[in-house]
Design a protein around this ligand. Structure first.
Ligand code: ADP
Length: 371
C-alpha cells in the first residue's frame, strides 16, 4: 500500500508528459525505485532514452515533486548513458532541493590524494563487498581520509554492512549530496537513494549513468583514498565501468576453488584491457579453522594465490572464513572496527594497497599472511 506522500508524488509526476508515450511520467513506467520517506525526502530513478530531452525531463520531474506538500528534498537518478570520453565521468548534477535554487555551476571532483581503487570480483558471493567495507574501515583507522562508493547497483550491500539502512544523504549548500559518515568512512550507495530491489533490472548504460552521478553529485571533500565496490562479473557492464571510471588501481577478490582460477584470469584480463593496474589479488574464504586448531580448506587450497602468480600480479593475502566477518557485515559494524584477527588482517591489507599505489612498476606489493 503506497503512503499518502508516495501517491501525491506519483500524481505530481503524472502531470509531466512522457515525450514518447504521451502518458504521465509515473503511469508510463518511466519512474522506478521510488522511495518516499516519512521525512519528506524523495528518491527515484527516471528511465530515460529521449536523447537531448533527458535532462529537461529530469528537471521537470524534480520540480513538480519538489512542489508537493511535505516534500523536503528530491533526488532523481537519470539512467541515460553518459556521453563522456574514456576514463572520465559525467558532469555533476546536484539533486534538487524542495525550493529549487538555480543549479550551481558544475564543479570538478577533487581527486583523492592517494587514488581511486576498484574492489572487483569476477562473480558474486565471494566476499567482495565484505572486503571493500573492511578495507575502507581499516584504511581510515590507519589515518587516511577514506571514501567508499558502493557501485554494486545490482545488489547494494553497503548500507547493511555499515548500519546505515534507511539513511538519506543530506545536501550541502551547493546542493551536492553529503556522504554518509559511518565507522570513519565517507560512504555513498545507490541504496541511499532508490529502492535497492529495483536496481537489478538496470541495463548497462543505466548502470554507468547512475554510478557517474553517485561519484559526481557527492561532495566527497578531500579524500586520500576512494574505494569503489564494483558490480561482480567481467561482462560489458563491468568493462564499460572500468573503462570510464578514473581508476588508479584494482584489487581482485576471489575464493580459492578451481573455478576461481578462470575468474581471476578474467578479472586480470579485464583490467589489463583497460590499462588499470591490478594492485593485487585477495583470496577470501581461504580456509576454516576447526575447533582443534587445524585448517579445513573448504574451497580448495591457494587457488587464487597460484593464479595471481601465474598471471604475474601481486598476491596481497588470504582471509579465512571468520564468523566475525559475517556477523559484522550483518550487524552493520564491520569487523575491521574491532581488535581481533580480522581487523589486523585488514589493517595489513590496507597498508599493502596504500603501498602498492605508490610502488614503482614491477615492484611486488608486500605479501600479507594471515596467522
Ligand atoms: P559479494 O560482495 O562478493 O557478493 P559479500 O561480501 O556480500 O559478497 O559476502 C557474501 C556473504 O559471505 C556475506 O554474508 C558475508 O558476510 C559472508 N562473508 C564474506 N567473506 C567472509 C569471510 N571471510 N568469512 C565469513 N563470512 C564471509
Amino acid at each position: 500500500m503506497p503512503s499518502a506522500l508516495e501517491t501525491s508524488v506519483r500524481a505530481a509526476l503524472d502531470s509531466v508528459a512522457d515525450p514518447i508515450s504521451g502518458k504521465g511520467l509515473s503511469t508510463s513506467g518511466r519512474v522506478t525505485g521510488l522511495v518516499a520517506r516519512p521525512d519528506g525526502k524523495i528518491g527515484f530513478v527516471l528511465e530515460t532514452g529521449v536523447g537531448a530531452a533527458d535532462e529537461p525531463l529530469r528537471k521537470a520531474a524534480e520540480d513538480v515533486v519538489a512542489r508537493v506538500p511535505g516534500v523536503t528534498a528530491v533526488t532523481a537518478v537519470l539512467t541515460a548513458e553518459a556521453t563522456t570520453g574514456a576514463r572520465t565521468v559525467a558532469p555533476p548534477r546536484p539533486p534538487a532541493p524542495a525550493a529549487r535554487a538555480p543549479a550551481p555551476a558544475p564543479a570538478s571532483v577533487t581527486r583523492p590524494a592517494r587514488g581511486i581503487v576498484a574492489v572487483a570480483s569476477a562473480k558474486g558471493g565471494v566476499g567482495k563487498s565484505t572486503v571493500a567495507s573492511n578495507l575502507a574501515v581499516a584504511a581510515a583507522r590507519c589515518g587516511l581520509r577514506v571514501g567508499l562508493l558502493d557501485a554494486d547497483v545490482f545488489g547494494p550491500s553497503l548500507p547493511t554492512m555499515f548500519g546505515t539502512v534507511g539513511v538519506r544523504p543530506d545536501l550541502t549548500a551547493a546542493k551536492k549530496m553529503k556522504p554518509v559518515m559511518a565507522h570513519g568512512v565517507a560512504t555513498m550507495s545507490i541504496g541511499y537513494l532508490v529502492d535497492p530491489d529495483q536496481a537489478v533490472v538496470w541495463r548497462g548504460p543505466m548502470v554507468m549513468s547512475a554510478v557517474s552521478q553517485l561519484i559526481n553529485d557527492t561532495d566527497w571533500g578531500d579524500l586520500d583514498l576512494l574505494f569503489i565496490d564494483t558490480p561482480p562479473g567481467t561482462g560489458e557492464v563491468q568493462l564499460t565501468l572500468v573503462q570510464k571510471l578514473p581508476l588508479d588501481g584494482a584489487v581482485i577478490v576471489s575464493t580459492p576453488q578451481e573455478v576461481a582460477l578462470a575468474d581471476v584470469r578474467r578479472g586480470v584480463g579485464m583490467f589489463r584491457k583497460t590499462a588499470v593496474p591490478v594492485l593485487g589479488v585477495i583470496e577470501n574464504m581461504a580456509w576454516f579453522e576447526q575447533p582443534d586448531g587445524s585448517r579445513a580448506y573448504i574451497f580448495g587450497k591457494e587457488g587464487a594465490q597460484r593464479t595471481a602468480s601465474e598471471q604475474g600480479v601481486p598476491f596481497l593475502g588470504a582471509l579465512p572464513i571468520l564468523s566475525a566477518l559475517r556477523e559484522g557485515g550483518d550487524a552493520g559494524v564491520p569487523a575491521a572496527t574491532g581488535d581481533g584477527n580480522a581487523a589486523e588482517a585488514f589493517r595489513l591489507l590496507a597498508e599493502a594497497i596504500n603501498e602498492a599505489l605508490t610502488a614503482s612498476p614491477g615492484k611486488p606489493a608486500p605479501k600479507i599472511v594471515f596467522e
